[in-house]
Design a protein around this ligand. Structure first.
Ligand SMILES: [Zn+2]
Length: 372
């Protein structure tokens, strides 16, 4: 524990005492204490019943929630389909109320037993204030979604960008547990990224997080949904591929289907040998390799985890894409940064949101920030 936290043994002892006093940690009985200099090492464990929290992933087709105990164990989950159109805060509040009601019914628990809610959605989210500056799910900019949820449920609510949420899931429960510096790149409706530096999620100075999807890979390039041109997302995300898919599949603008249906057809065509369909994925993969190479040059992570719904399209991480990424990085004689593909479902993202709530609950109880 001391080594992983990078703090002195004395600080760890003080911190442990506070956590034990707060009812969050307990000493494990039945273990032999070693003799020797200084305080003997003590085995501690998290008290699972100390707190319950809810983690939520909001999406354009399905909202997902988990109820977890203080050890991060999932006690119940629930999901609710949602119509695919931009929503008002009032719409979202109603949908989240239904989702939480279903979750608590599944767990046979009441809202009064819950200490906090963590929630994530795509877009520009100010983690510090709970403001959604922009999200593809909402019909307006600058909406105080965090405070509105807090008022509705009478509980502390912590909002974050969905890529950060998945990064927390990897940090707390996944491949990130064994690593202090890594990046998670998500490819879904857009391209997102979370970065862990020195065991902590790095949110930047304003608490909004990092926007890999809107780093520029081409001057005066393709139009991005953010309004600017040449963003990585404008070459890799759903809508970028769908834009070209209509041409490759021979469809006109009047019978365009949803991006995901069209992409599935495009992928099937590429697998069947359709050259223009292959070219579209190949081009997206080349731009992705450029984006990943930039991540390595900027952050020097131990590992990049690629995740998100689009990982079902293996063209995006084909060996040639990885080789292209390596070719764009100054090697300096070092081992290349490994890339792992984690095709998690929405439950894992929601679990990341519960980690956000658990970390905040711990901070509140201790009156200062030290966790996660
Ligand atoms: Zn953009």
């Amino acid at each position: 524990m001391t080594r992983n936290l990078g703090i002195s043994a004395g600080s760890a002892t003080t911190l442990s005492a506070e956590l034990i006093a707060a009812g969050f940690l307990r000493e494990v009985e039945g273990l032999t204490r070693e003799a020797g200099r200084g305080r003997p090492p003590v085995a501690l464990e998290v008290v699972p019943d100390a707190r319950l929290v809810i983690g939520i992933k909001l999406s354009d087709a399905l909202h997902t929630a988990v109820l977890t105990d203080f050890a991060g164990t999932v006690l119940a989950n629930a999901s609710q389909p949602t119509p695919d159109h931009r929503k008002s805060v009032e719409n979202i509040l109603t949908e989240v109320s239904d989702l939480i009601a279903a979750l608590l019914a599944n767990a046979d628990r009441s809202l009064s037993e819950v200490s906090a809610i963590g929630a994530g959605l795509s877009g520009l989210i100010d983690h510090n204030t709970g403001m959604v500056l922009w999200s593809p799910l909402l019909d307006q900019r600058d909406l105080p979604l965090g405070p509105a949820l807090q008022q509705r449920f009478g509980l502390p609510v912590f909002l974050d960008n969905d890529a950060n949420m998945l990064t927390l899931a990897e940090l707390w429960f996944g491949a990130g547990r064994a690593r202090s510096d890594f990046a998670v790149v998500t490819i879904e409706e857009g391209v997102g990224m979370g970065v862990v530096l020195g065991n902590r999620l790095f949110r930047g100075s304003r608490g909004i997080g990092l926007e890999l999807g809107h780093t520029k890979v081409q001057l005066d390039g393709a139009l991005c949904r953010c309004g600017q041109r040449g963003c990585l997302e404008a070459y890799v995300a759903d809508y970028a591929l769908a834009r070209e898919a209509a041409t490759a599949l021979g469809r006109n603008a009047h019978n365009l289907q949803s991006a995901s249906v069209m992409l599935d057809k495009l992928f099937a065509q590429a697998k069947a040998g359709n050259v223009s369909a292959r070219t579209i994925f190949r081009r997206a993969g080349r731009y992705l390799s450029l984006g990943l190479a930039n991540v390595v040059q900027l952050f020097d992570p131990e590992l990049i985890i690629l995740s998100g719904e689009r990982m079902q399209y293996d063209y995006l991480y084909a060996e040639e894409v990885m080789a292209e990424m390596r070719a764009l990085i100054l090697a300096d004689g070092r081992e290349p940064c490994p890339v792992e593909i984690h095709a998690w479902g929405d439950l894992v993202w929601a679990r990341g949101a519960s980690a956000l709530a658990l970390s905040a609950v711990t901070d509140m109880a201790l009156g200062e920030g030290w966790a996660g």
